[in-house]
Design a protein around this ligand. Structure first.
Ligand code: HEM
Length: 431
């Protein structure tokens, strides 16, 4: 219990990386961690309506996210996805590409080259937040409101873990939930700023002067079933999750990818060589296969969203064990991605595995960085393009080297971060 309180990742016993299922018991409550691919498929893909998101988990994020698509269930969730999904559909991704490229280039231009090691998570967060502002609202991070939102999010992510003790051993439903005062205040600040941005955009849409970006697309899409579009409040809830899910996760993945490349210079050289040939056009993305595999492998070893939690609504039988309604089901990408019976050499960083049939088979059964089924990450396609492009841009310009004595320890904050940041030496590749 003490370990769980401190950090949910380091509290995991080694045998969970080889187990198909584990049961956690408390006086109030049962929780099941499932690693069996058949069970994971059942929960996420075959009968997702019987395993909704648990209210207990959402409680921690509600002051910030309100009724956002990340937290809702049932008909409300379905309606929200009908309005949001078209903005992230395949064809629209091409339109976001310029924003991603511009944010990557700004990150390259901003980089200061020093002899001293630099904290890479902060650099990655700055670039990823810039991507979201540019693609969602067509504004760069230097915009005054954007900077204020970004600063407030940084404070928020430090004070509110997405996964906490509650994921495994929540108290009874009647137990009051306490938020630290500053967490609530920060959430209110973020929502006020996002409301301003959204209202400004609604005004531009009304005048016919709005840029054609993700915000405009969502605000002008009508639900094909009811004909209604989002209200201001509903849109603020959605924008909050786009910022949160969009920049926290991508920043985490980018920082770990740079760390892994620093530790594996052969792979770094291959990515850098590939990046030299990249002409910056959307159509040339397919010419970055090594970079893409490096990003995939990073998401395997350091899935930004390490665990997902669902709730049973009726009696179930899991691996011959009776599971009562109201039990918590934890699906852990963290464990599945490093599972000794699902991956060959699971702890090894090996991007080449993505081109082998064994690697592809393992991925089918046990690769869930974006979840699966109807609640799959809305931004999955976007994030794969973003990660690949940003890596190529950074590796084309810079060399990243590890600091001998520094070993990052992963912990679950809002996403998987390193306990004391990630220190790397950065030098120019351009002589
Ligand atoms: C590397 C980057 C990313 C990773 C690893 C990631 C991962 C995930 C995962 C695992 C979930 C499912 C969570 C659950 O079911 O409990 C999810 C949901 C979601 N993600 Fe992402 N995400 C990433 C980037 C993005 C981006 C760029 C956006 C949008 C701009 C986004 C928006 C969302 C939304 C709105 C949901 C909720 C979907 C629903 O419940 O219907 N994500 N993401």
């Amino acid at each position: 219990m003490r370990l769980f309180r401190r950090d949910i990742l380091s509290a995991q016993p080694a045998k969970l990386y080889g187990a198909w299922m584990a049961e956690f018991r408390t006086p109030f409550f049962r929780s099941y961690l499932v690693n069996d691919p058949a069970l994971v498929r059942l929960v996420l893909q075959d009968r997702p309506q019987d395993f909704p998101k648990s209210d207990r988990i959402g409680a921690g994020l509600r002051p910030l996210l309100g009724e956002s698509v990340f937290l809702t269930n049932g008909e409300v969730w379905k309606r929200q996805r009908r309005i949001i999904d078209p903005a992230f559909a395949g064809g629209r991704l091409r339109d976001t590409f310029a924003g991603i490229m511009a944010a990557g280039q700004a990150g390259v231009d901003r980089m200061s080259l020093e002899d001293a090691p630099q904290e890479i998570e902060a650099i990655a967060s700055h670039i990823a937040a810039d991507v979201i502002f540019r693609t969602l609202f067509s504004i760069p991070i230097e915009d005054k409101t954007a900077t204020q939102v970004f600063d407030a999010f940084q404070r928020y992510q430090r004070s509110q873990p997405i996964l906490n003790l509650a994921a495994f051993v929540p108290g009874p439903k009647w137990m009051p939930r306490f938020f630290r005062k500053d967490t609530r205040r920060t959430a209110q600040t973020i929502r006020r700023l996002i409301t301003e941005l959204t209202q400004q955009r609604l005004d531009l849409i009304a005048k016919g002067q709005a840029p054609d970006d993700i915000a405009t697309k969502i605000l002008t899409t009508r639900d094909p079933v009811t004909g209604a579009s989002f209200s201001l409040k509903e849109m603020v809830d959605q924008v909050a999750i786009f910022f949160l899910a969009g920049h926290e996760t991508s920043a985490s993945a980018l920082a770990w990818a740079l760390y892994l490349l620093a530790r594996y210079p052969d792979w770094q050289d291959r990515v850098a060589a590939e990046a030299q040939g990249f002409d910056g056009h959307f159509a040339s993305l397919s010419r970055l296969p090594v970079t893409r595999d490096v990003f995939r492998e990073t998401l395997r070893l350091y899935p930004p969203v390490p665990m997902m939690v669902r709730e049973t609504t009726k009696s179930e039988v899991f691996r011959k064990r009776c599971v009562r309604p109201g039990a918590q089901v934890v699906i852990s990408a963290w464990h599945m991605h490093r599972h000794t019976r699902l991956w060959a050499d699971p702890d090894q960083f090996d991007p080449a595995r993505w081109q082998t049939s064994a690697g592809k088979k393992s991925a089918q059964d046990a690769y869930l960085p974006f979840s699966a089924g109807e609640r799959v990450c809305i931004g999955a396609g976007f994030a794969m393009i973003e990660g690949t492009v940003l890596l190529a841009q950074l590796l084309r310009a810079f060399r990243f080297e590890p600091c001998e004595s520094f070993v990052p320890v992963p912990v679950a904050h809002l996403t998987v971060r390193s306990y004391s940041g990630i220190l790397l030496r950065i030098s120019s590749r351009v002589s």
